[in-house]
Design a protein around this ligand. Structure first.
Ligand SMILES: [Zn+2]
Length: 266
C-alpha cells in the first residue's frame, strides 16, 4: 500500500528552540495583500507554522506615512500577544524635534525595547539631525536601533551606521539586510569588526548561496540576528537558510534567538 505525503510529516515547526525574528513589519500595505482583520493573529499564525517564538515589529504605517498610527498598531498588537510580538518604536525624522521627543516620551511611559528607522522610505539620512533625540535616548538607555540599509546606500549604508555607532557607543546598531549582496556582506562585516556595538541582521533580501556561512566566519555568530521581513516575505525560507547552514548548532542558536535575548533584554 502506498502512503501519501499527508501520512508523513516531512517538515514541521521547530520545537523547543527560542527563535526571535528581529525584523518584521505589520498591518496593511499598498503593494500586496495582507490578510485583513486580525493582523496580529495572521502574524502569529505564520510564526506558529515554523516555530518562531517572538517577532519584533515595525508596522508598515510607521515606516511609511504615519509613524504615530504605526506605533499605536505595534503596541496594540503586542498587548494582544504579549509573549509573541514585541514593538519597535519607529521615528519619523521629518517631525519637529519637540514632536519626536514627545513620541519617545509617550512610549517610554509604557516601555521601549528598541527603535526602528527606515531612512530610505522616509528619504532622510540616518546621520541627519531629526534622528538625534532617538540616538541620544538609545545611547543613554542601552537600546537597539534597527536601520534599513543597502550596500552603497547614501542614506543609511554601513559606513554611515558605523559613524553613528562610534558617536553613540551605548546603543546597539542593527544593520538591516546585512547579507543582501556580496558588497553588503563586505561592508557590514568590516564595520562589525571595527565596532562592538554593530550587529548584522541577515533578513532575506537575496538568498545568496553560502552567504550566512561567510558572515559567520567573518563577523562571528554572536553578532548576527535572524530576521525575515514577515509579512513582506514568507519567514520560512530565511529560517531554513539558518537551519540548513553549515555552521554549528551553538552558532544557529545564537543567530536564531540568544543574541536577540541579550540585545532586547528578553
Ligand atoms: Zn523590512
Amino acid at each position: 500500500m502506498s502512503s501519501s505525503l499527508a501520512d508523513h510529516c516531512l517538515a514541521g515547526a521547530l520545537t523547543g528552540e527560542f527563535v526571535v525574528d528581529a525584523h518584521c513589519h505589520f498591518g496593511p500595505w499598498n503593494a500586496f495583500h495582507v490578510r485583513r482583520g486580525g493582523w496580529a493573529r495572521a502574524m502569529v499564525d505564520a510564526m506558529d507554522l515554523c516555530g518562531i517564538s517572538l517577532s519584533v515589529i515595525a508596522p508598515h504605517a510607521a515606516i511609511g506615512p504615519d509613524e504615530r498610527l504605526g506605533n499605536d498598531q505595534a503596541y496594540a498588537a503586542a498587548a494582544e500577544f504579549p509573549n509573541r510580538l514585541l514593538p519597535y518604536v519607529t521615528i519619523n525624522p521629518h517631525r519637529p524635534c519637540a514632536a519626536i521627543e514627545a513620541e519617545i516620551a509617550r512610549w517610554d511611559r509604557v516601555g521601549i525595547r528598541g527603535f526602528k528607522i527606515h531612512p530610505a522610505l522616509h528619504e532622510y539620512p540616518a546621520c541627519g539631525e531629526g534622528y538625534r533625540p532617538m540616538f541620544e535616548f538609545a545611547d543613554e538607555r542601552g537600546l537597539p536601533i534597527l536601520s534599513h540599509s543597502w550596500a552603497g546606500d547614501a542614506l543609511a549604508g554601513p559606513p554611515i551606521l558605523a559613524d553613528l555607532a562610534t558617536r553613540y557607543p551605548g546603543a546597539q546598531f542593527l544593520i538591516g539586510h546585512a547579507a543582501s549582496s556580496w558588497a553588503m556582506i563586505d561592508a557590514s562585516c568590516d564595520e562589525a569588526a571595527r565596532h562592538p556595538n554593530i550587529f548584522l541582521d541577515v533578513t532575506t533580501s537575496a538568498l545568496l548561496y553560502d552567504a550566512l556561512e561567510q558572515v559567520v566566519a567573518r563577523a562571528g555568530a554572536d553578532r548576527i540576528l535572524f530576521g525575515s521581513d514577515n509579512p513582506f516575505l514568507d519567514p520560512r525560507p530565511p529560517l531554513g537558510r539558518v537551519l540548513m547552514a553549515r555552521i554549528s548548532d551553538d552558532d544557529k542558536r545564537l543567530i536564531l534567538g540568544l543574541n536577540a535575548r541579550r540585545i532586547f533584554k528578553l
